[in-house]
Design a protein around this ligand. Structure first.
Ligand code: CA
Length: 228
């Protein structure tokens, strides 16, 4: 079942989202507060994607995101941001979100973003077994895990997908558009900036020195490259 959690305290916006996601074939769980959302997720561990509003009574959406990520790297998380919260997009992504949608959004935009993340987080990829070994990294494509020097690096599904794209194309400069297409899918119509934010977060996890990255290097004015 395609199960989605919607956390939004404003009931009119919540109903709008719920109606449209149900129309798109999703089984929707609703929550009005962050505390309730965490409770619902405990009851429904099979939720694949969570939409989190930021401004809430009680704990805010960032905190909810942080708490979900502390135990669950697999779920897809989309933050719902207001236009005035430009900076919050970055904060949200840095706390572990995979994407953000700016209010007001159209039903088509919303479902496209959820669909894209659902495919990613839901693991609808063809099952490929094996390992990509590029010392000090070992990517296990069956368990979708990454090790660096034998130590597990905790990645979100999106971060894993980016690593896989890089490790399948060692030494090749990939444009940001190419990375967006490969990781988020061709029908995704988000912003290229999401690639940069995810890579910034990934570098914090895998680079020896984030100030001077040697694994994910920048191809200036173009994109990124795996290796120097
Ligand atoms: Ca709100």
């Amino acid at each position: 079942m395609k199960k989605v959690l919607v956390l939004e305290d404003e009931s009119s916006i919540r109903s709008f989202i719920v109606i449209n996601l149900r129309r798109a074939g999703y089984d929707v769980i609703e929550a009005e507060t962050g505390e309730e959302a965490l409770e619902r997720l405990r009851e429904h561990p099979d939720v694949t994607v969570a939409l989190l509003d930021i401004m809430l009574p009680g704990i805010d959406g960032f905190e909810v995101c942080r708490r979900i990520r502390a135990t669950n790297t697999r779920i897809g998380i989309i933050m719902l941001t207001a236009r005035s919260q430009e900076m919050d997009k970055v904060t949200g992504l840095m706390t572990g979100a995979d994407d953000y949608v700016t209010k007001p959004f159209s039903p088509a935009e919303l479902t496209a973003r959820v669909d894209a993340l659902f495919r990613r987080a839901g693991g609808e990829d063809p099952v490929v077994t094996g390992e990509i070994r590029q010392p000090p990294f070992l990517l296990n494509t069956q368990n979708r895990t990454l090790e660096k020097n034998g130590q597990r690096v905790k990645l979100t599904q999106v971060e894993y997908s980016i690593m896989k794209v890089f490790m399948e194309h060692p030494g090749k400069a990939l444009s940001r558009e190419e990375i967006l297409d490969k990781v988020w899918g061709r029908d995704y119509f988000g912003e290229l900036k999401i690639v940069d934010v995810n890579i910034r977060r990934l570098r914090l996890k895998i680079e020896d020195n984030v100030q001077n990255p040697t694994y994910i290097t920048t191809a200036w004015g173009f994109g990124y490259k795996w290796g120097l």
